[in-house]
Design a protein around this ligand. Structure first.
Ligand code: FNR
Length: 383
């Protein structure tokens, strides 16, 4: 087998191992996918400043995200249906992150439930919340996250309505999946994935099934869920959610300076500069393009994190130099999961860690916390 040296290698292996409809679910953006692509390519516009003859021994990538120790500032982003890339995907990814010393964020739309992940992990993980119309359900979810020992709530603010992804519609993706002869053929050509899926009962939204009492037919669960996202979500909602949760709160999906000011005012602990991995507003700028102006606007008031398009340790380093205190990877860990389960997620983290460490050294720095804009050249106005 070809060696796994970069995230791209995990992606290609996952493409071969995961049935097309589920691989496409991870590897897609909304409409023309221009924002999805820009998230990745805009990192290439930023150039690193090479330094020599600097002592490069005793390097450290350790830092803190929202006051919590991390071995490097790279968390696993919340991703729905993660258990479709690999059986028990959320549990395996959480275990890999735990062993690596980085945060794992469980999505509201996960296959494995809060309780299932808590039962199979030792340390607290983070929980991502979508605000839905049924506020009793949201209150119950927050209680469940507290009972599961979650140590941060990531509140997603950029999904009041769902963006359209053409690939999912063309593939007929639903939850739980409804299989046509074409899907069955795709799965039959991936026997390892099938065998693992057959040994698990988790094929639906684990956090929601028990609460969706009005849904008798589970096959309508995904349309029920899509109708539940609250289009009236407002800045005022942060107050009651913050009060109910009572712990560290991270606001996800900020891509605009004015929104960043409102977010900072809301009293959250951190914001994530994000366009949902290019899955919501196609045509929006990349996260890395917007990061510097958000740091300049509110970086002294709130901790700033970023996700979208991070595919290497160099990308992480560029985001840190531009003022992010933390980064998240979505697809890179999903590719790892699809390629090799828990081991694949660990490989994704190892690849990024090694690249980050080597890049930091070649930029003449030994401690990640000393990186800043001086380590970059300004290209195309991104810096
Ligand atoms: C996501 N994302 C996401 N975000 C969120 O807040 N809740 C969710 O349930 C999901 N689900 C989801 C599924 C899949 C398959 C992907 C790829 C993404 C967005 C995610 O948290 C993050 O913002 C992006 O994945 C970051 O971009 P990269 O790293 O995938 O390029």
């Amino acid at each position: 087998m070809a060696p796994i040296l970069e995230i791209k290698d995990l992606k290609e292996l996952a493409r071969k191992r995961v049935p097309k409809m589920f691989f496409d679910y991870a590897d897609s953006g909304s409409w023309t996918e221009s924002t999805y692509q820009a998230n990745e390519t805009d990192f290439g516009k930023i150039k690193l400043r090479q330094r020599v003859a600097v002592d490069m021994t005793n390097r450290s990538l350790a830092t803190k995200m929202i006051g919590q120790d991390v071995s490097m500032p790279v968390a696993l982003a919340p991703t729905g249906l993660t258990g479709m890339q690999h059986a028990d995907g959320e549990i395996l990814a959480a275990q890999a992150a735990e062993e690596f010393g980085v945060p794992f964020t469980l999505s509201t739309m996960s296959i494995c439930s809060l309780e299932a992940v808590a039962a199979k992990t030792q340390k607290p993980f983070w929980f991502q919340l979508y605000v839905m119309k049924d506020r009793d359900f949201i209150n119950a979810l927050i209680d469940r996250a507290k009972n599961a020992g979650c140590s941060a709530l990531v509140l997603t603010f950029d999904l009041q309505i769902l963006g359209q992804r053409h690939k999912d519609l063309r593939n007929g993706l639903s939850t739980p999946p409804k299989f046509t002869p074409k899907h069955i053929w795709q799965m039959a050509t991936r026997p390892a994935w099938c065998m693992k899926m057959l040994t698990t009962k988790n094929h639906s939204f684990g956090n929601i099934v028990g609460h969706a009492k009005d849904v008798e037919d589970l096959s309508s669960l995904s349309s029920w869920t899509a109708e539940q996202f609250d289009p009236r979500l407002s800045w005022d909602d942060i107050e009651w959610i913050k009060k109910k949760w009572g712990g560290p709160l991270i606001l996800k999906g900020i891509l605009d300076k004015e929104d960043a000011h409102c977010a900072a005012e809301s009293g959250c602990d951190a914001i994530i500069v994000s366009n949902h991995g290019g899955r919501q507003l196609d045509g929006a700028p990349s996260s890395i393009e917007i990061l510097p102006e958000i740091v300049d606007a509110v970086g002294d008031k709130v901790e700033i994190h970023i996700d979208g398009g991070i595919r290497s340790g160099q990308d992480v380093l560029k985001a840190i130099c531009l003022g992010a205190k933390g980064t998240y990877i979505g697809r890179p860990f999903l590719y790892g999961l699809g390629a090799g389960g828990k081991k694949g997620v660990t490989q994704a983290l190892e690849i990024i860690q090694k690249e980050l460490d080597t890049t930091m050294a070649l930029c003449g720095r030994r401690d990640l916390n000393t990186l800043n804009r001086d380590n970059l050249y300004s290209i195309d106005g991104v810096k």
